[in-house]
Design a protein around this ligand. Structure first.
Ligand code: GTP
Ligand code: MG
Length: 307
């Protein structure tokens, strides 16, 4: 049997019985624009041609007959809006969302990503990478103060391989995870640290900007030793919300979850001016920081103005 290296760096086998004559179930593990890599139940992989607009994404379960892909219904879908308003499906059938940040990387999208994940029925978590760098302590302290009461926060260094064990244990329980975050925060490096056999390409950070250079260009799905799967994605700047209602935002905004819906006078309280709003009184008492409440109000205005 012929073996070759495909673009996601994994060993592929030529077709044999992989969906050639009869419909065979498989999983999309990489998307290269005009073709996708499918992993079949038999363990074989092959590339199948698709139209650019076919809408398939990594994590899709499919039935393949020749070059025909039948997509099976999705369990979950995670979508984001880019800076120009375009909507992107991050991946399908995910269980957990890893939001990766590092010193000097953007952090403004964390709240949006947490809300989007919760609405899509994914469990979100935050990964602070590059904790070997001196200036990581302030970032970590800030993020722990804001998020540790709401979601797991992992502090680690892919380079020094510190802090990996707790994340590994979490991922082994988590079925299928995806890492998202700006270019250069170390998503691919983390995957390599968690599972060295994967050997993904990692980039150089420019000394000038401290930002990455979009080293990863396609999303790829990998099985982790010890259980669970992880999707590596290309870096992006924006995680705009897609089709989120004001009520969903008010129940899922990180930091409000224990106080919101249950105790406000109105079940669909938007925590802005409603009488009997628990969130407003906690802000007045200083138990919810004013800066967090202001971020919430900004997102609320964004959600209310969305088409
Ligand atoms: N100091 C330090 N550098 C790291 C660490 N992890 C990754 N890096 C470096 O950060 C740079 C970018 O790493 P990548 O893994 O390519 O980042 P990425 O998030 O996958 O970037 P894109 O694929 O462009 O989205 C590389 O030079 C890595 O060596 C870390 O824990 N500490
Ligand atoms: Mg990468």
């Amino acid at each position: 049997m012929k073996r070759d290296r495909n673009r996601s760096g994994q060993t592929a086998t030529t077709p044999d019985s992989a969906g050639i004559g009869q419909a065979s179930p498989g999983l999309i593990t990489a998307h290269h624009g005009i073709e996708v890599e499918v992993l079949f139940a038999t363990g074989k992989r092959r590339m199948v041609r698709v139209k650019r607009s076919s809408g398939h994404v990594v994590g899709d379960e499919v039935e393949v007959t020749g070059e025909v892909l039948l997509r099976l219904p999705r369990r979950t879908e995670l979508r984001r809006r880019d800076g120009r308003g375009g909507i992107h499906l991050v991946a399908a059938n995910l269980d957990v969302l890893g939001i990766v940040v590092a010193p000097h990387s953007p952090t403004g999208f964390i709240d949006r990503a947490i809300v989007a994940a919760r609405v899509a029925l994914l469990q979100p978590f935050v990964v602070v990478n590059k904790c070997d760098l001196e200036d990581s302590a302030t970032l970590l302290a800030d993020l722990q103060r804001i998020y540790a009461g709401s979601v797991p926060v992992f502090a680690l260094s892919a380079r020094n391989r510190t802090g990996l064990a707790t994340l590994q244990a979490f991922l082994h329980e988590g079925h299928r995870a995806v890492f998202v975050g700006a270019s250069g925060v170390g998503k691919s490096s983390l995957l390599n640290a968690l599972c060295p056999a994967i050997d993904l390409k990692v980039g150089k950070v420019s000394d000038h900007s401290g930002q990455g250079r979009h080293t990863t260009t396609v999303s790829t799905l990998h099985a982790l030793d010890g259980g669970g799967e992880l999707v590596d994605t290309p870096g992006f700047r924006d995680f705009g919300l897609v089709d989120i209602t004001a009520e969903e935002l008010s129940s899922h905004f990180p930091g409000f979850e224990e106080h919101g819906e249950v105790r406000c006078r109105f079940r669909n309280c938007r925590h802005r001016t409603e009488p009997g709003c628990t969130v407003i009184s906690l802000v007045e008492l200083g138990q919810i920081p004013a800066d967090r409440y202001n971020v919430y109000l900004e997102l609320l205005a964004e959600v209310e103005a969305a088409p």
